[in-house]
Design a protein around this ligand. Structure first.
Ligand SMILES: Cc1cc2nc3c(=O)[nH]c(=O)nc-3n(C[C@H](O)[C@H](O)[C@H](O)COP(=O)(O)O)c2cc1C
Length: 188
């Protein structure tokens, strides 16, 4: 049993001042001892092209190897047009191929959607969950994490301003850590 479990964090936004990235960084700092979170970048990945499936670009191969080195995956994503941003969907597609060699299969997953809007990226959160079913990634169900009003969550240094947000995220991380312990594949 790995101690801690290593968790890849995929951030669905590529912009520098991303609220999702700020939340991911806050989560990294507050994670319990049993899990270690690390952002895996996706912005440099080439668009998936099935013509290259047998000989994928180096960046795609490296991304797959990196994902395979983690025990679990946490998605922190905005909602674009009521769905998952293209950059994140592309990373998922890149990691899922070649056919039969998905890098995702069996890895426990968590989903947090973050939006300045009131409904906290619900649409993206659930579209992502649809892919996780096909990818065979057991996804934490409760607590659901739709983080709304995100424009007002962080202070100037990226710290969480509201104790209730921190309390909720602590409970999410505790549940996610327990979920990983229950569902992670044995190493090797
Ligand atoms: C192309 C695009 C589509 C968007 N669609 C939605 C949407 O469907 N729902 C929503 O709540 N916010 C939507 N937004 C607003 C984003 O939630 C907002 O830009 C947010 O800050 C993006 O996350 P980030 O701060 O991590 O980059 C959209 C933004 C863009 C650029």
């Amino acid at each position: 049993m790995p101690n801690p479990y290593n968790v890849a964090v995929l951030v669905g936004s590529l912009r520098k001042e991303s609220l999702n990235r700020k939340l991911a960084k806050a989560l990294i700092a507050m994670a319990p001892d049993s899990i270690k979170l690390e952002i895996v970048e996706i912005g440099h990945l080439p668009l998936f092209n099935a013509d290259h499936e047998k000989d994928p670009p180096a960046a795609s191969r490296e991304f797959k190897a990196k994902i395979e080195s983690f025990d679990a995956v946490l998605f922190v994503t905005p909602e674009y047009n009521r769905s998952v941003p293209g950059a994140l969907k592309n990373a998922i597609d890149v990691g899922s191929r070649p056919y039969g060699k998905s890098s995702w299969s069996g890895k426990p997953a968590g989903v947090i959607s973050v939006s300045p809007g009131a409904i906290g990226g619900f649409g993206a959160n659930h579209h992502l969950r649809q892919s996780l079913v096909f990818l065979n990634m057991p996804a934490l169900q409760q607590p659901e994490a739709y983080v709304g009003g995100a424009g007002d969550l962080f202070d100037e240094s990226g710290g969480l301003k509201k104790p209730e947000t921190k309390k909720f995220l602590d409970s999410f991380l505790a549940a996610f850590a327990a979920w990983i312990e229950r569902t992670a594949k044995a190493p090797g």
